[in-house]
Design a binder for this molecule. Structure first.
Ligand code: SF4
Ligand code: SF4
Length: 187
């Protein structure tokens, strides 16, 4: 999957999300995330406004020119050739700068200590593991499943029953959305 000129991305189709939480629950279980750490969240926008309320599933957007990477004082982020933004938990000092820089609130911390000790940051890896040896126990322990290395989609996308949540290279995702709009009135 790590091919140059390919930019991997998520897309949540608000016309299809039914707020079932299949995606965030699957993520939490697949990666054995501790209480309080949520790599993916289902959010409601314009709550209570009739005709406008909608739900979306959000996680790290694996941004181009990732703001988190730019502010990290210990340089623990790295960006794969396919655009997936990952970080090294062994280098992270838990300062929280990345959370302040991230427009999506994606970085998560396991603790909130009295002296600002938060523990190593955790976030969505696009189910692509981390810097340890691919598919090793060390990688699994720190980052959870590396489904991309097994040729699978991220678990959240696999579990989305309405196919609201999509993942893949930007051209393929855009192709699916365009077809929905043209053929089925965006349903
Ligand atoms: S953590 Fe936030 S800023 Fe960094 S790549 Fe993910 S969404 Fe973008
Ligand atoms: S919490 Fe970790 S990843 Fe985030 S900016 Fe600090 S050192 Fe970098």
């Amino acid at each position: 999957m790590s091919t140059t000129n390919v930019k991997m991305e998520f897309y949540c189709d608000e016309n299809r999300c039914i707020e079932c939480h299949g995606c965030d629950v699957a993520c939490k279980q697949a990666h054995h995330l501790p209480v309080g750490v949520n790599r993916r969240r289902v959010i409601t926008l314009d709550e209570g406004i009739i005709g406008k309320e909608r739900t979306l599933s959000i996680a790290c957007q694996h941004c181009t020119d990732a703001p988190c990477e730019q502010v990290c004082p210990v340089d623990c982020f790295y960006i794969r050739a396919d655009g997936i933004v990952l970080h090294d938990k062994e280098t992270c000092i838990g300062c929280g700068y990345c959370l302040y820089a991230c427009p999506f609130g994606a970085p998560q911390f396991p603790r909130s200590g009295v002296f600002g000790t938060k523990g190593s940051m955790d976030k969505c890896t696009f189910c692509a593991g981390g810097p340890e040896e691919t598919l090793s126990d060390a990688e699994y322990k720190l980052y959870g499943q590396n489904r991309l290395a097994e040729g699978k989609l991220p678990v959240c996308v696999s579990m989305c029953s309405t196919k609201a949540l999509l993942a893949g290279d930007s051209a393929s995702v855009s192709d699916v959305i365009t077809k929905r709009v043209l053929r089925r009135g965006n349903r």
